[in-house]
Each structure stands twice: as C-alpha cells, then as structure tokens.
Design a protein. Structure first.
Lengths: 285, 191
C-alpha cells in the first residue's frame, strides 16, 4: 500500500515529532509514504482570513503537483488537520465550481501545473481508522498499554465542516485503535471542543482559558492523544502558565496518536521523538 | 453633529452596504434561531453574538459589524456551520468579514490582520512558513514589547529542542512564491 504524503510546514518545525512518528508508524505497518515534491504552505488559517482566491490556490498548488506524480496512488495522506481541511476544501470547491477551477489554473499555469481533480485528500486519522483499522493494527501490537487511560482529542478541522470518516460531534474513530493497544478510553466531554487554534497567538488569555477547560476535562487521564500539530502545541505549550492561572496542576502528557500507537508497536521512543514533546511524556518512557 | 458630517456618514454607509452585499445574499435565509450562538465556544466573549452579527449584516449595519469583536474571536471550529438548520456557510462568512476587516484596516481587527499578514509574507518569501521569521515580523508590526515577552518562555523551549532556529537553513526550504502571489492579486483585482 502507498500514499502520497503532504507533511505541511508545522511538521518540519514545531511538530517535527509528528512527522517522525508518522513515518515510523507507517514504516512499521509496511506502508510507503511518497512525499509530494516541492510542496508549499497550504495557507493555514491565514490565507482564508486575507484572500479567498489565495486560500484555494495555495492548497491547489500542492494538489496539482500531487497529480503530476505517481498516477497509481490516488490518496494524499495529511497528518495536520488545518492542512487537511485546506487541501480538501480546494479539491471540493474546484470540483463544484468550474469557474473557480479555471481561475486557480490560471494561477498555476506559468509553473506548468494544472489541477484536474484526480486525487483524494485523506486525514491521517481517516487512513488509520478506515484503511488499517483496529484489526490491521492489532497484529503489530507487541507491548500492552493496559496501565494507561487515554483521552482521545479530535479537535475541529479533521471532523468539520466536511463530514467524511466520523461523527462530527461525537467522534469515535480513535477508540478502536487505542483499545487495540490494551489502553482504556478516558470518559470525557472535551474531545471535539476547540483549542483556540491561532487565537493562542493573537488573544492568548482567551485561548489559554479554552485549553484550561480541555486539560481540566482530561483530569485522571495519563495522556491526551491528538491528531493535529496546532492542537498539540496549544495543549502542551502553555501548561505552566495555564496551571498557574487556574491555581491547580493541569499538567498532562500530550502525545500524537502515531507516537502512542508506535509505542504499543514496540517502536523505540527515540524513533518516535518523544523527547521533542513539550509536555512530559515520562510515564510512557 | 454638523450637517457636513451627517452627509459623509450617509455616503460611507451607502458604499459600505455594497461591501456586505454578497454576504447579505449568502445569509439571506437566516431565520435568527440562534443555533450558531449556542454552538459557539467564544460567544460569551463577543460583544455581539453570532446570531446578532448576522442580523446586523443583513440590516447593512456596516459600522457595528466591522467594529464588533465577534469575527476576530472566531477560531474556525465549524460548529455553527455544521449545525445551522439552513445550511449556511457561517464560518466562511466569518472569514469574509476577516478579509474585509483586514482590507478596511479596522482597528479592532488589526492584531489579527497583522498576524495573518506576517504569516503570509513569510509564505510568499519562502514557500513554507518560517515560524521564527513570521513571529518576529508580527512582533515588530505590533510595536508592543509585552507581546514577545509573553512568548519568550515557549520560544526558549522551542529553540532548546531545535524546533525553531534563529537562523534557519534557507537552502533547504526556499521555494519563493512571489509570482504566484502576484498572479492571485492580479486575478482578484480583475473581479
């Protein structure tokens, strides 16, 4: 099995461990990831706040490059939820609106690129839960995680607005994967509540309140597991400040889903870059 | 208020109604049920709730709309879009207001616009985001030393882990998009 792979900017910088652990996980599963060559930024949450055409054209550029690559691979795997939404929106909107497609192709043309709409954009969690699944994963599990209780955190943009692989309000796609490792699912109510996203940079007090409510909701869990670099950064990057303002200890290990599953598959923690996490993962070392 | 000023206000009001025109059309099926407000994680922090903001948009109350804190507080969680019983693209509508707020250089929205603008400037120059450069650009635009100070503890931890660097190796990531951005701007001007 092969997927085209769009890591996105965060996975080369602040979320480098998400890239390393995703690659390690798929390597162990015997699945090849073919990186889209010379990919560029998807626009994140910035382009949509500045220019509508730019917010479609930036991700479309990457889709067009993907189309010029291996014909036999239809799916583009995207680990970042914001990149996923942007690429997916570009694919869906240009499919619905030929005028927009023509305009986007005008932007792409001088680079020798053309978007035709040949590829499918898939979130990492979609691929893990739909294509591999708990059964596919189970044969690779060789270390029980039964002493851990894990809170699956889905965030927003892998679930909404495009309803593709899970219930957008009460998602469960992570549960069979986590249960396959022997771990317990923490019963909680914050799995789909926004972490504040880029508000953390513009209005930190407000976003930190949002994160505080998520961390409080996970109390008792050994880890919160995420599938998005923005969620991960917001949940783990400010735990000292948030604990201080909340007058209680809200520290919690935050792991990327591939890091957690990788541990259960017996992949060495350094090969999952656990030492790069900003929260304390020592309970898992 | 002197009469000259009144006529000026009326004039701006008229031209600015046009600004909201496409949005009014898009939202015309709104039944003011308030599901958007009830679904919004930040509604309690907004001066106008999302439902009220959409009503103001439909009524052409441009001043109130653009000077409200509402769209600057939207974190794009898409709950309102998901739940709207009329199927209206409400998060996209918030984005439209963000775009217009940036173009109009509205004071209330300036920090957001500067943040996103700094981000895109880094993307234009390098193709991929250079986090250190873009945050530096944002801090300079904001001219408020308290802002970078807030980010210092996190910045130091990221530097220590090697997740960001003060002098990134540009040869590895350089894919400038100047011409790409120019073409987008030209096509947008033609509209």
């Amino acid at each position: 099995m092969k997927y085209l792979y769009y890591p996105g900017c965060s996975l080369e910088g602040t979320a480098v461990e998400y890239n390393i652990s995703t690659r390690a996980l798929f390597d162990a599963l015997g699945i090849e990831l073919v990186e889209i060559k010379d990919w560029t930024c998807c626009g994140a949450s910035a382009a949509e706040a500045q220019s509508e055409l730019l917010s479609i054209a930036l991700p479309a550029r990457n889709l067009a490059i993907a189309e010029s690559m291996e014909e036999s691979i239809e799916d583009i795997l995207v680990p970042c939820s914001a990149c996923y939404l942007n690429l997916r929106r570009a694919a869906e909107e240009t499919r619905k609106d030929p005028e927009l497609l023509a305009k986007v192709n005008k932007v792409l043309e001088p680079e020798g690129l053309e978007l035709k709409g040949l590829k499918r954009v898939r979130h990492l969690l979609d691929v893990l839960s739909s294509d591999i699944g708990a059964i596919g994963l189970a044969e690779h599990i060789n270390k029980t995680m039964d002493r851990y209780s894990v809170a699956p955190y889905y965030g927003c943009q892998c679930l909404r607005p495009y309803v593709v692989f899970d219930d957008p309000e009460a998602p469960t796609s992570m549960e069979p994967l986590i249960l396959a490792t022997g771990a317990r699912i923490q019963d909680w109510h914050m799995a789909t509540k926004c972490c504040g996203a880029s508000l953390m940079n513009i209005k930190p007090e407000i976003a930190q309140e949002m994160v505080a409510s998520i961390l409080s909701g996970a109390s008792g869990a050994d880890a919160i597991v995420t599938v998005c670099p923005m969620c991960q950064m917001n949940l783990e990057g400010y735990q000292n400040q948030i604990s201080r303002s909340a007058h209680k200890d809200l520290h919690c290990a935050i792991l990327y889903l591939p890091q957690f599953l990788g541990l259960a598959m017996g992949i060495e923690s350094r090969d999952l870059s656990l030492e790069m996490n900003l929260s304390n993962p020592s309970a898992f070392l | 208020m002197p009469s000259a000023e009144i006529s000026l206000t009326i004039n701006t009001q008229e031209t600015e109604e046009d600004i909201l025109g496409p949005l009014q059309e898009e939202l015309s099926a709104c039944i003011q049920c308030g599901t958007c407000t009830a679904s919004c994680r930040n509604a309690q922090l907004m001066d106008f709730t999302p439902r009220r903001l959409w009503r103001l948009v439909l009524m052409g109350q441009t001043e109130e709309v653009f000077h409200s804190k509402t769209f600057a507080l939207c974190s794009a969680c898409y709950y309102c879009t998901l739940r709207c019983p009329r199927g209206l693209p409400l998060t996209d509508a918030m984005n439209t207001l963000k775009q217009l707020g940036a173009k109009k250089n509205v004071a209330e929205y300036r920090p957001n616009a500067r943040f996103y603008g700094s981000f895109l400037e880094s993307v234009r120059r390098h193709g991929r985001i250079n986090e250190m450069e873009f945050m530096r650009r944002y801090f300079i635009l904001m001219k408020n030393p308290a802002i970078p100070i807030k980010f210092t503890p996190l910045g130091i931890r990221l530097l220590r882990k090697g997740k960001i660097s003060i002098f990134p190796d540009k040869s590895k990531t350089e894919r400038p998009l100047d011409q790409f951005f120019q073409r987008v701007e030209e096509l947008e001007r033609q509209q």
